[in-house]
Design a protein around this ligand. Sequence first.
Ligand code: CA2
Length: 146
Amino acid sequence: MPSLLLLNGPNLNLLGTRQTDVYGTTTLAEIEERSVAHAKTLGATLTAVQSNHEGVLIDHIHEARGTHDGLILNAGAYSHTSIALMDAVASVSLPLVELHLSNIHARETFRHESHVARVAIGQICGFGPHGYILAIDALVEHLRGR
Ligand code: CA2
């Protein structure tokens, strides 16, 4: 049974409470609940973690080695800034799907570049909370094909 780790980065704990015009009204708790349930329908398990701290996210990525088979990461703004997160992902050699709620390529230019994208098997963005379901499907499919 594939084991997936879903990591959400800075400010995503605020989902559904503020800036609903940009990020929608669904809360992170709802997203995590739906993600766990969807993974289960595919015969996978999913553990969800959120942190506002770069080092904590890196620790979780390191600990995923030997514990999980693949990662889904919405690193929030760290996607655009953190070479440390990129290095952490590269160091564990686990397949990773990069995820964003919004279409980062249609937003400000500083959001167009993602360091995480360099170490991801693929990127899903612009589909709101449904993107999490798409990311789980993509990762499970990838793991089955190996
Ligand atoms: O679209 C995404 O998922 C992002 O990763 C969200 C990040 C942003 O910096 C990325 O460029 C794209 C921001 C997350 C902020 O989330 C909030 C949610 C509710 C209220 C305020 C912030």
